[in-house]
Design a protein around this ligand. Structure first.
Ligand SMILES: Nc1ncnc2c1ncn2[C@@H]1O[C@H](COP(=O)(O)OP(=O)(O)O)[C@@H](O)[C@H]1O
Ligand SMILES: O=P(O)(O)OC[C@H](O)CO
Length: 495
């Protein structure tokens, strides 16, 4: 029997899972950590919280499984991407809170890059749309803001990392300053063709090369943890960004296979194989992973608000006590009674990319009640996902045959049925919905040499439920037309 530890550093919580070699979850421990919102649209986290909660849940998962660290084969790490941390190399202490991927504070810096005409150059090199979402403008902001930081960075005293890098640095007491290609490609500083940091982009943003981590393949030996973590040195042999990990955990290993993860936001990724496809429709091109010298690319549609819209219904509107109740409420009415919710709470991501538009509700009449609004919100998540999948088909020329789903909100059967109806293809939910952690464990198993190849890990994916399209095509088209009208109004509405 072999055991593996997967560390899943998410946006709102950190999770540690122990897996058996057949993909069974032995134990899981999870802990939320504080989020800070210093100004509207700004989001920060304390890196020390990120490390301390992760080290706490890892110890808890191990204790619950009655295992010792010596029983573990290796560690896999997966993480919220883009979130930017700068720290002092000597002390390991952060110089500022982490600037989280959702944070919009650097939108003016992104606008300046767009106005100066860098959109095509940046898309061509990095596969990314110019946006505050990615790490590059966040790093520049910190280097500009903190007195003396750029000089210290030039002298090699400061390190930059996304959450994977920061965790490895802490876990190894400063011996590992590395990241993997799937995380590096989300910084907007990494050339996805040459797979190297791009000097032209570094110069453009005045970011010293000295701060950057070494970029490694996703599977392989990154280094070992120090005994201060779990009491025993353990090899880290798999690292990748959480959406790419979910793609891997969903066993989307062939070109054309896709998954949608419905968590805080929703992220649709399609494996495009060994060649990157640069989008004409507002999607992102990322490296999915690099294994045994083989790079796989992915097209991605990032939707910033999905499950968090259900949290809004729960916490701000007070419509329910638990997110799970949204399914029953939506099914208690026949339709949304004409209401359309566009949950653009932090602007709209793919394929619209408007950081300034705001959430809107259309079609309100005296008969609309909270069940209709809950239904309209869940429908909006499915419509946004539809728009991304549509863009993906146009970019790739590949018609989807099915969509695999995961993440907290994929447990909502109404949402999944609506998704199948809108996409007109089967939607498949796996038995293990912790696909992100599953992907990290499988990657680590490959990196340690425990698994010899992809065919060995393909068997691990198992179906839980399949949702088949059941909506009449005319009815679907009417719904889509109304939705797109509402999105256009929302995009064009300026206070
Ligand atoms: N049954 C459900 N129906 C609708 N939304 C749900 C349901 N269960 C969870 N959610 C939403 O899913 C999100 C949590 O999913 P999770 O995958 O844990 O997210 P993350 O990894 O981004 O923290 C929350 O925003 C919650 O509102
Ligand atoms: O932490 P999650 O699951 O919301 O994922 C966040 C994404 O990686 C952001 O790009």
């Amino acid at each position: 029997m072999a055991y593996f530890l997967a560390l899943d550093a998410g946006t709102t919580s950190n999770r540690a899972l122990i897996f058996k070699e057949d993909g069974q979850v032995v134990t899981m421990a999870q802990k939320e950590f504080p989020q800070y919102f210093p100004q509207p649209g700004w989001v920060e986290q304390n890196p020390i919280d990120i490390y301390s909660t992760m080290s706490g849940v890892a110890a808890e998962a191990l204790a619950k499984a009655s295992l010792a660290a010596e029983d573990l084969e290796c560690i896999g790490i997966t993480n919220q991407r883009e979130t930017t941390i700068l720290w002092d190399k000597k002390t390991g202490l952060p110089v500022h809170n982490a600037i989280v991927w959702q944070c919009r504070r650097t939108a003016p810096l992104a606008d300046a890059l767009k106005e100066a005409g860098y959109v095509d150059m940046i898309l061509g090199k990095t596969g990314l749309v110019v946006d505050a979402y990615f790490s590059a403008t966040k790093i520049k902001y910190l280097l500009d803001k903190i007195p003396g930081l750029r000089d210290r960075a030039k002298k090699g005293e400061i390190a930059f990392g996304t959450v994977d890098s920061y965790l490895m640095y802490q876990l190894s007491e400063g011996r590992i300053h590395k990241t993997d290609v799937s995380n590096a490609c989300r910084t907007m500083l990494f050339n996805i063709h040459s797979k190297t940091w791009d000097q032209e982009l570094l110069d453009l943003l005045d970011i010293p090369r000295e701060i950057l981590p070494e970029v490694c393949p996703s599977a392989g030996y990154f280094g070992s943890t120090s005994p201060s973590f779990l009491g025993h040195e353990l090899p880290i042999t798999g690292v990748l960004g959480d959406q790419q990990a979910a793609l891997f955990g969903q066993s989307c290993l062939e070109a054309g296979e896709a998954k949608a993860t419905y968590g805080t936001g929703a992220f649709v990724l399609m494996n495009t194989g060994p060649d990157p496809i640069i989008s004409k429709n507002g999607l992102l091109t990322s490296i999915a992973w690099d294994i045994q010298g083989q790079t796989s690319y992915a097209l991605e549609g990032s939707i910033f608000v999905a499950g968090s819209a259900v949290q809004w219904l729960r916490d701000q509107m007070g419509f329910m006590a638990y997110a799970e109740e949204s399914e029953k409420m939506a099914l208690s009415v026949q339709d949304s009674n004409g209401a359309i919710v566009v949950p653009a709470f932090t602007g709209l991501g793919a394929p619209y990319w408007n950081p300034y538009c705001q959430g809107s509700i259309f079609g309100l009449t005296r008969g609309v009640n909270k069940n209709h609004l809950v239904r309209a919100t869940l429908e909006a998540i499915a419509y946004l996902t539809h728009d991304v999948v549509q863009a993906m088909q146009e970019d790739s020329g590949l018609k989807r045959k099915l969509l695999k789903v995961d993440g907290g909100a994929s447990n909502n059967n109404f949402l999944m049925q609506t998704q199948a109806d809108l996409l007109q293809i089967p939607v498949l939910r796996p038995k293990c919905t912790e696909t992100t952690a599953l992907g990290a464990f499988l990657m680590a198993g490959l990196g340690s040499g425990y698994f010899k190849g992809l065919d060995e890990i393909q068997k691990i994916w198992q179906k839980d439920r399949e949702f088949l399209p059941a909506l009449a095509p005319e009815e679907r088209q009417v719904g889509l037309d109304r939705w797109h009208k509402a999105v256009n109004h929302c995009l064009n509405f300026n206070l």
